[in-house]
Design a protein around this ligand. Structure first.
Ligand code: GLU
Length: 417
């Protein structure tokens, strides 16, 4: 029977409930964490290039501010919805907590298809959204960043619009900006760097030599393509990757830089010379050592999980594995490095960007990368120690570490008895 598809909000609630139960915390802690503190829904008009007006809907969800201002990306996607945004904001709380950066969790989205908008329309959507939510966000309140189908240019327009609203430049409003206007060096590659640092640490623990190891990447966007580059630096071999339009598989290996060039030119990895097309299900069934899911939620289902042969799955995407699939992978001994850990590199360097903006003092790329590595390795060690200590999966361990820190903060602040 086909797996019942839980929406990400229900999945996230289950994860939090489980951690709260295991930690033995009072019911009020779960009651506080099972939904966002605040969600803003906005509708705003945008003038299209042909002179017509289209009304767009968007959300900004602030899940928790126990550990600091809400923090998290902003996605532009035609299929996004209220529950997805709420869930993603919840994962952000625990993502920031697991790496120990002083933020709560937030997430936003605008329901639109950027692939069907001109640059000018995209700019007007970005500015319109910021005018609509501008009073509810801010450098010390809630700090957005890029996410699926948004980028540094969109962050730049948003930063500019907010600065117009407030009457002075506010670079700390938003992270993932272009470097020329207050972005951090290393932010663009940070999710991928963070992800591959934890792959490296996990490989050491299970005795896998990454030199000569094989890997596949599901979703060749920002996180996926840069992860492929860094895996190559470890000496590993990319044998398959795909995107929303198709896949490329070559057991002899492919150069991720060349694949990326091909994608830039043709809009997809499909058709990369020497490769053959591959479906997502086939990609997950390949006899590779590491798979990096870097696409959307609910990709690894209970149909896909039984066929996985990889030793490590490193979730660069948010929520790629369904709970049923997760259980199957755990039983089969696959080490799943959960999203809240494996995808935390992006928000970690967002934090560095924000710190640099607030102090108006900028770091070198080397400083950024060294600090990122230190944080990712130490977060990995915290989670790994919990995994051994409590004999739970890496995902459960990450939630135990993260939820405990948020609950402790809530207690110290007097939100709990
Ligand atoms: N959108 C990214 C994430 O899901 C980055 C968030 C941020 O940098 O605030 O982690």
């Amino acid at each position: 029977m086909a797996e019942k598809t839980l929406n990400p909000f229900e999945i996230c609630q289950q994860q939090i409930k489980r951690a709260c139960d295991q930690l033995g915390v009072e019911p009020a802690a779960y009651d506080m964490l099972k939904q966002p503190e605040r969600v803003i829904e906005v509708s705003f008009p945008v003038e299209m290039d042909d002179g017509s007006v289209k009304v767009f809907t968007g959300w900004r969800s602030q899940h928790s501010t126990a550990l600091g201002p809400a923090k998290g990306g902003l996605r532009f996607h035609p299929d996004t919805n209220f529950d997805e945004v709420r869930a993603l904001s919840m994962w952000m709380t625990f993502k920031c907590s697991v790496v120990g950066i002083p933020y709560g969790g937030g997430k936003g989205a605008v329901k639109c298809n950027p692939k069907e908008l001109s640059q000018k329309e995209l700019e007007r959507v970005a500015r319109g959204f910021i005018r609509a939510v501008g009073d509810f966000i801010g450098p010390l309140k809630d700090i957005p960043a890029p996410d699926v189908y948004t980028n540094a240019q969109i962050m730049a327009w948003m930063y500019d619009e907010y600065s117009i609203m407030k009457g002075f430049n506010n670079p700390g409003l938003i992270t993932g900006k272009p470097v020329e206007i207050g972005g951090s060096l290393g932010r663009n590659t940070a999710t991928a760097r963070g992800c591959t640092f934890v792959v490296r640490e996990a490989a050491k623990k299970i005795g896998l030599d990454l030199k000569g190891a094989t890997y596949a990447v599901n979703g060749f966007g920002n996180a996926g393509s840069f992860s492929a580059f860094y895996m190559k630096e470890f000496g590993a071999k990319l044998v398959a990757c795909n995107d929303s339009k198709g896949g490329a598989y070559n057991p002899e290996g492919m150069d991720p830089v060349a694949v990326n060039e091909w994608k830039k030119e043709h809009g997809t990895v499909k058709g990369f010379p020497g490769s053959r097309d591959i479906t997502t299900a086939e990609l997950y069934a390949l006899p590779v050592d590491v798979i990096i899911p870097a696409a959307l939620e609910n990709t690894i289902t209970s149909d896909i999980a039984p066929n996985v042969k990889a030793k490590i799955i490193a979730e660069a995407a948010n929520g790629p594995t369904t709970p049923e699939a997760d259980e199957i992978l755990n039983k089969r001994g696959v080490m799943v490095l959960p999203d809240i850990l494996a995808s935390a590199g992006g928000v970690t360097v967002s934090y560095f960007e924000w710190v640099q903006n607030l102090q108006n003092f900028y770091w070198t790329a080397e400083e950024v990368n060294q600090r990122l590595e230190k944080i990712m390795v130490s977060a990995f060690e915290d989670v790994y120690a919990m995994h051994l200590d409590k004999k739970v999966s890496m995902r459960e361990a990450a939630f135990l570490v993260a939820v405990k820190r948020v609950v402790d903060a809530m207690r110290l602040r007097g939100w709990l008895s």
